[in-house]
Design a protein around this ligand. Structure first.
Ligand code: ZN
Length: 204
């Protein structure tokens, strides 16, 4: 009988030796003692930096954050002004020549809801500041880095004006390139069964 190709990796924080719990479908693990975040890769635990953004609320939800460019019929769209045009935004941004930012929900959420949340965050062009505390406990990350690009594509397609979203020739030419994909957390406030992000006027 062939040996099974698996091994057990003890979930012990490499920084402070605190034990970490692994929930169902979790892809990053967090030490509850020092807040360090780890990923399991090739049978080893590797440290993963997670940026905490500031805001009101004490439930820290994880997202994959990236800047992006879109290749499509119009050519390459790699600045905020260009992206605003194809998603029909009328918001005035002082970041118009900077690359646009994308937020991909990384916690457990039904697919349609995750696409809608990612879309709403992306088309609001939020700007965040770093939180003063960088070791807060974050809700479990269940979307892997490898699955983030596909979600990114679905979120960006959902962000487009209808005319483009339903154009076959546009969609045939559409592809997304992500740059500096990394995990971040954003604070939300719990209100009854809802989660609110007050600065962005968002609700889950
Ligand atoms: Zn630790």
């Amino acid at each position: 009988m062939a040996e099974a190709d698996f091994r057990f990796v003890p979930l012990v924080c490499g920084q402070c030796t605190g034990r970490m719990a692994a929930g169902k479908k979790q892809v990053l693990y967090q030490c509850h003692v020092c807040g360090g975040v780890w990923e399991c890769s090739g049978g080893k635990l590797l440290s993963k930096e997670m940026i905490r953004f500031s805001g009101s609320g004490d439930i820290h939800l994880p997202f994959w954050h990236a800047t992006f460019s879109i290749t499509c019929l119009e050519g390459i769209i790699n600045d905020t002004a260009g992206f605003m045009k194809i998603c029909g935004s009328v918001k005035v941004s002082d970041m118009s020549s900077a690359p646009p930012h994308l937020f991909i929900p990384a916690f457990s959420l039904p697919l349609q809801q995750a696409i809608k949340l990612g879309r709403n965050m992306t088309v609001r062009f939020p700007s965040f500041l770093l939180a003063s505390v960088q070791d807060s406990l974050v809700e479990p990350v269940t979307l892997s880095e490898a699955d983030a690009p596909l979600m990114a594509e679905m979120i960006l397609l959902a962000s487009l004006v209808e005319e483009l979203r339903t154009s076959r020739s546009f969609l045939a030419s559409f592809s997304v390139q992500l740059t500096s994909l990394a995990p971040v957390s954003i604070p939300f406030t719990r209100k009854e069964s809802r989660l609110l992000q007050l600065e962005m006027n968002l609700e889950i």
